[in-house]
Design a protein around this ligand. Structure first.
Ligand SMILES: [Zn+2]
Length: 208
């Protein structure tokens, strides 16, 4: 890839944005009030704003390998805290995707060095749902189901945070689990029953 092309693209993009509004960048510079926190995979094929048809200023974005929400990940926890408690987004989305290399790697026995600790979180998801997953004989279907269950468990991890519990109580913040189907481009709402999970885990994880 010729990186000069990137700067050329940038110039063309500026022109395009200014054609929609002369004060486009002036307005962007004033600040942000996104409605949505999007937590997705770093996979180069799964963009954030593009697949949702959103533009700058509309989504606060965090991406990592296999869209994980780990309570000891200072990066993810800081993003959640800032987006939920300070920017006051109304929706938090965890978006996984079929064909996720991170999820696939967690299903295989291989020493991947520093990635082991990260992928262990996905293996934990497998362990929690072992009975359901082991009953699926088709490997591809099993893999897709693990992608979905991983999204669900990361939504549950979000609900364990004080920021999300407080925002739900104070202003009805909602958590959503989605999957991007890389083969069709379709965004699928897993219809995670957020309130049910919240109710289920509050007995143990109640913080606020
Ligand atoms: Zn992925």
């Amino acid at each position: 890839m010729n990186l000069k092309k990137v700067f050329k693209n940038n110039e063309a993009w500026i022109k395009k944005q200014l054609a929609t509004s002369e004060s486009y960048f002036e307005d962007l510079g004033k600040g942000q009030t996104p409605e949505l926190l999007y937590i997705g995979c770093s996979d180069s094929r799964v963009t954030a704003e593009d697949l949702m048809g959103l533009g700058p200023g509309e989504a606060f974005v965090h991406r990592n390998i296999a869209n994980m929400v780990s309570g000891i990940d200072l990066n993810a926890m800081s993003v959640v805290e800032y987006a939920v408690s300070h920017l006051k987004v109304n929706h938090v989305v965890v978006c996984g995707h079929y064909g996720c290399g991170g999820v696939k790697a967690a299903m295989q026995s291989a020493d991947l060095g520093v990635l082991n600790g990260w992928l262990r979180n996905i293996r934990d998801v497998y362990r929690i749902h072992k009975l359901e997953l082991n009953a699926i004989t088709d490997q591809e279907k099993k893999y897709e189901r693990l992608v979905e269950l991983n999204v669900k468990e990361q939504c549950v991890n979000l609900i364990k945070t004080a920021a999300v519990q407080k925002a739900y109580r104070d202003r009805d913040l909602q958590v959503h689990g989605w999957v991007f189907d890389i083969h069709t481009g379709k965004l699928i709402d897993l219809k995670i029953d957020f309130e049910k999970y919240l109710h289920d885990i509050m007995e143990i994880y109640h913080l606020d």
